[in-house]
Design a binder for this molecule. Structure first.
Ligand code: IMP
Length: 199
């Protein structure tokens, strides 16, 4: 592969950065917007993962030089008609409070027989305020009856990926990096880079 430029992630979520750096670190220098303290917070006012990823990718890349990759992701639960979806990070009532989010999810799922769910990730690549690509990934699974495990972040203690008996938080970073929605989206991104279609 040709020598690649640095990639700036449009996130302040250290867990997302760590996961994407682990997935891409062999071919890109991966930074995030914490290296640019003057950048404004981009409001996620969209109603889809794509709209929010676009807002972040275009909002950041129009203010700094270089390639910007934005991740918008969340959990869709079938018995809750797709909730919490794009509102995953504030489901418990307080933005980014994973404990409250998991508590609310367990409460909403009490007594529900259908536990099927999936994580979705949409990535938007942008440069100079222009969109350069969209990449998506999902992982199917089930919502556990109780939280378990200390790895990962967010809903990982409650999400049991299809084909496994333990939560993503129990399975740990190495296994998560082979099957997660983010890993699958990053795979389509790297395939596009390797085929010379982008960057
Ligand atoms: P975003 O930062 O607006 O994309 O919100 C993402 C939210 O979805 C996070 O705050 C988590 O609640 C949830 N989420 C996304 N990806 C993951 C994951 O890999 N594990 C667990 N929860 C996730």
């Amino acid at each position: 592969m040709q020598k690649l430029p640095p990639l700036i992630l449009a996130t302040r979520n250290a867990h997302k950065t760590e996961e994407i750096r682990h997935l891409l670190g062999h071919c890109f220098e991966v930074m995030d917007v914490t290296s640019f303290p003057d950048l404004p917070e981009i409001e996620e006012t969209g109603t889809t993962f794509l709209e929010n990823a676009r807002l972040k990718a275009l909002g950041i890349s129009s203010r700094i030089d270089g390639w910007v990759l934005a991740d918008d992701s969340g959990l869709e639960v079938d018995a809750l008609d797709g909730e919490p979806g794009v509102y995953s990070s504030s489901y418990g009532g307080e933005e980014g409070n994973h404990t409250l989010n998991n508590q609310r999810l367990l409460k909403e799922m009490a007594g529900k027989e259908n536990r099927s769910a999936r994580f979705r990730c949409t990535l938007v690549l942008a440069k100079s305020g222009e969109e350069k690509g969209v990449f998506r990934g999902t992982v199917d699974g089930n919502i556990a009856d109780n939280a378990s495990g200390t790895g990962g972040f967010g809903y990982d203690p409650l999400f049991i990926p299809a084909g496994h008996d333990s939560s993503l938080a129990d399975l740990g970073a190495e296994i998560k990096s082979t099957l997660s929605h983010r890993a699958n989206a990053i795979r389509t991104f790297t395939e596009a880079v390797e085929s010379g279609k982008i960057i």
